[in-house]
Ligand binder design. Structure first.
Ligand SMILES: [Zn+2]
Length: 333
């Protein structure tokens, strides 16, 4: 293990197990951000998946560890009663509405009795609409075979977006995956239309990427899972004009009102991006809370429309002391 990582893990362990660390965390709320729970830990560990994916072993390990150090509570309990608990509290959130949340995460959450909130990009739920970074990433990785990969590379070349050679040809799997992760980041600047065209150039997966409304209702009926909006189309809200922003907020609210018993009054910004104009629109749409992606603890003060979260990756889920180290840094911020 690299020495830097060892030091971080030791510091993280110390933080949770020292009087000073425990005092800093007293009454604090930690909101964690996850995306996907894959069926396989090794697949989740590759750099181009690591940030957004965890495997079942790592996720189970994380839940076990969280229960030892925190009270695991529903998000609304954490938001409505800040600062009056002895033990630090943690609330889990999942972004996007991936089908694997229903297929892989839900059973583990039930087994450990840990509540969670899932934020849905509502256009995708119950449809075959696809998230571009998943379709492009896996097609370029070769998960669907060599011919579809070549076809996509050709389309990208024609659009002057050819991926660098390391993404495709590096014989070292880790390095190739790292290069792919980097390349996918650079595509975020493209318009939704272009990204849609590129996604259409990728082969269909056997199952829809997103969950359907039956799965939403079944999970909500368990009493363990709540749902809230994460955009309708997952377009980054700061890029929309006023009219389209209102449409996006309204459409996602209506879909949740139709599909759930009790949608959360919490918005979750796609890609974490928001500005003053977006926050004003959220207030007009009667959302008292919204989740960003800045790291930090929740203590009931600060802007409720820019709530901090700590992202969880396969790396931090399998070594939660690394997460503790990041929480310690967030507590000082
Ligand atoms: Zn998202």
């Amino acid at each position: 293990m690299p020495i830097k990582q060892l030091l971080k893990r030791s510091a993280g362990w110390l933080y949770l197990n020292s009087p000073l660390g425990r005092r800093q965390l007293q009454g604090a709320g930690v909101i964690l951000m996850l995306h996907r729970v894959l069926a396989d830990d090794q697949a989740a560990a590759l750099p181009h998946r690591n940030e957004l994916c965890v495997g079942p072993l790592a996720f189970g390990h994380l839940l076990f560890w969280l229960k030892r150090h925190f009270d695991c509570v529903p998000l609304m309990e954490l938001l409505n009663n800040p600062g009056n608990a002895d033990r630090p509290r943690v609330a889990l959130t999942f972004d996007d509405g991936w089908r694997d949340n229903a297929l892989n995460a839900f059973a583990l959450l039930q087994r450990h009795r840990v509540p969670a909130s899932i934020f849905l990009s509502t256009d995708f739920i119950g449809s075959r609409q696809r998230f571009w970074w998943e379709s492009l990433g896996e097609t370029l990785w070769g998960s669907h075979g060599d011919a579809p990969r070549q076809q996509l590379v050709e389309v990208l070349r024609q659009m002057d977006l050819a991926p660098p050679q390391e993404c495709l040809a590096d014989p070292d799997e880790q390095r190739r995956s790292q290069a792919l992760a980097h390349y996918l980041q650079t595509l975020k600047r493209l318009s939704p239309q272009i990204l849609g065209q590129l996604t259409d150039a990728c082969p269909e997966e056997p199952l829809p990427q997103a969950m359907d409304w039956h799965q939403v209702r079944a999970m909500e009926n368990s009493g363990l899972i709540n749902f809230g909006p994460h955009g309708a189309s997952h377009t980054i809200l700061t890029r929309l004009d006023d009219q389209r922003l209102d449409q996006e907020l309204r459409r996602s609210r209506e879909a949740l009102d139709n599909g759930c018993q009790q949608p959360l009054p919490v918005y979750c910004y796609p890609n974490g991006d928001h500005d003053q104009r977006v926050r004003e629109h959220l207030t007009e749409h009667r959302y008292p809370f919204a989740l960003g992606t800045g790291a930090g603890l929740y203590r009931g003060h600060g802007d409720p429309l820019a709530l901090p979260r700590f992202g969880v990756s396969q790396r931090t889920a399998s070594r939660p002391e690394l997460l503790a180290w990041r929480i310690a840094r967030g507590a000082r911020a």
